[in-house]
Design a protein. Sequence first.
Length: 319
Amino acid sequence: MRRYSSFLMVLVLTGMSLHTGAQTVRDAMDAYNEAYKLYSTDKEATIAKFEKALEICNALGAAGDTTRLKIEGFLPGLYYEVANNAYKEKNYPEAVVKLKKAAEVAARYKSDDYLQSSTKLLGNTYYLMGNNAVNANALDSAIFYYKTSIQTDPRAYKWFSLGQVYFKKKNEASMGAAMDKAIGLGKNENDSATVAKASTLCRQYFYAKAYGVQKNNPAKAIEYLDKTVAYDPTYANAYYMKSLLAYNLKRYQESADAAKLAIANEKDKEQIAKIYFKLGWTYVYLKDGPNACAAFRKASESKTYVNEARKNMINLKCN
């Protein structure tokens, strides 16, 4: 009797185990089918159902692999779509949370395409949050968002926007560093528009700084002018100003070198004659007669400087 009872107990337990296993597989399939039905109408509910089905599949082990693989194939795209919807609705804080989750899921299931898409969109979301912060004059917040965007997905135009914020905050060193990054990346990305904008802004900024300090601190002005032409090597006005300032500081060779660059990049003939006339005097102080004569001779081609230039040539006994 005891033996029979034991046999029945084993049979009952076995039957329960089989029943539980069969029911669990059905639960997984039911959850999968329910999720699939919601796919076209409610993506977030679809994700919840798929995650529930996935838990069951993982508990089943090998028996749940077929359904598990199907679910894992769907999840990265679903998470990305939900995040993208928040982005399209311009709910950027929510989009950030969901894009981070989408990237995490894509990495977990080795979906490189969705990982790349999520990361790129996350970077763009932070960038747009930076733009909104600039419009609200919340410049420190803008810096944070732009920097986070750059860390996530670096682009030349993002560095340019960051540089503009530093420009508004009058942070010269950080502005220059950001613009240098914008120019460097822009060249690599063939983003000529960003390169041109960054170069122009820096050229104008440093030239204005030089102009502002030239009377009281000509040496500092020359430093600013060197930065100016680093962003625009064809800027004749900057070379000419440097030539004049160096001349006044009695740095005559530096003055002559700058004058020659000014002449090489200047288009106006009268201005070229003016620079040659000053260059002639620079060579006089350098005790370089031949080059002084050559410079005055060039200046004499202008009606404005012809008389003075010829007098100097006579005094120098130019041939």
